[in-house]
Ligand binder design. Structure first.
Ligand SMILES: O=C1O[C@H](COP(=O)(O)O)[C@@H](O)[C@H](O)[C@H]1O
Length: 311
């Protein structure tokens, strides 16, 4: 799959619903369950639009976690869970015990301005929710993580230049100084993102075009790009085609402001552009994502870059 550009976000909804349906069916057939982490922001409505209507998903086997969450009550307008519930969870029969919001009973503050101690308690509780499904911290492997991307290049609640970018000691970190309000949040950390079976970014709107170009074309370091940049260049020659859908970007426009026919994707671009993108990928930053990480279960695999790169 790799990077796919679509003419509209409605087209992304259709495509991602089909892809998630297919993926969840094959994972459920193999493992009996499908464990997915959702981001908030603009992603849930795009992902859920067609997916919620899919008759081919066995929702009873789904387990839903949050890729990141703002530390507000689960009914708050800033809650990622509230948004995902509104767009998808309220419309499909996933058993309540398999849906994992934060434990908002632990909140003292109701407006996202929590203390360190309060936010740490939310993160700790969320880690325990993960451990209760996966067995232990070092066995946390999502079947699919759905990531958004802010115009500043953040993903989850991993913000540019923030110290959480270097956290490898826990699957769930917390922050009380988010540059985007509300300030108190919890987030999956990079080792977990990189241990996931599939990581799909969904990015739409003109506001994201510049940062996407910088990440995918220029190789500028942003939190959303670190997953890409973690892939050792040495793997580029020996990538297994089965691994090609590890990391995808779905865009509703190409990352450079050029008109692009919607058919201008996939194989046609592969041979033309893959090599130049691989050259733009930096070697793994071992301090962030290296093989020593307790959450890295298998070597990072090479995504299939199909980027409509135009000079
Ligand atoms: O604050 C957040 O922002 C990002 C990006 O949101 P978007 O509206 O620009 O798509 C989101 O992925 C994350 O879950 C959320 O907490």
């Amino acid at each position: 799959m790799g990077v796919k550009a679509f003419a509209t976000s409605a087209a992304i909804s259709t495509a991602i619903a089909a892809d998630i349906t297919t993926l969840s069916s094959s994972v459920i057939a193999a493992t009996g369950r499908f464990v997915v982490a959702f981001s908030g922001g603009s992603l849930p409505s795009i992902v859920a639009k067609d997916l919620a209507k899919s008759g081919a998903v066995d929702w009873t086997k789904w387990h839903v976690f949050l890729a990141d969450e703002r530390c507000v009550p689960n009914t708050h307008k800033e809650s990622n869970y509230a948004l995902i519930k509104q767009e998808l969870l309220s419309k499909v029969p996933i058993p309540a015990s398999q849906i994992h919001p934060i434990n908002d009973a632990l909140l003292v503050s109701q407006d996202g301005a929590c203390s360190d101690q309060e936010t740490a308690a939310i993160a700790d509780d969320y880690k325990n929710q993960l451990v209760s499904l996966f067995g232990s911290e070092d066995k946390i492997v999502f079947d699919l993580v759905l990531l958004g991307m802010g115009p500043d290049g953040h993903t989850c609640s991993l913000f540019p230049k923030h110290h959480l970018l270097r956290v490898t000691s826990t699957p769930i970190a917390y922050l009380t100084d988010s540059p985007k309000p509300p300030p108190a949040r919890i987030t999956l950390t990079y080792p977990v993102l990189n241990a996931s079976q599939h990581v799909w970014f969904v990015s739409t709107g003109e506001g994201k075009a510049q940062v996407l170009k910088e990440i995918l074309v220029d190789g500028v370091e942003y939190p959303s790009g670190l997953g890409i940049r973690s892939i050792p260049t040495s793997l580029s020659q020996e990538a297994d085609t089965n691994d090609y859908d590890l990391l995808n970007f779905l865009l509703d426009q190409p990352p450079v402001p050029q008109p692009l026919p919607t058919s201008f994707i996939d194989e046609q671009l592969d041979s033309l552009f893959t090599s130049s993108l691989i050259q733009a990928v930096a070697p793994i930053d071992a301090s962030i994502l290296g093989p020593g990480s307790p959450y890295l279960h298998s070597p990072p695999r090479l995504p299939h870059y199909l980027l409509p790169l135009l000079p």
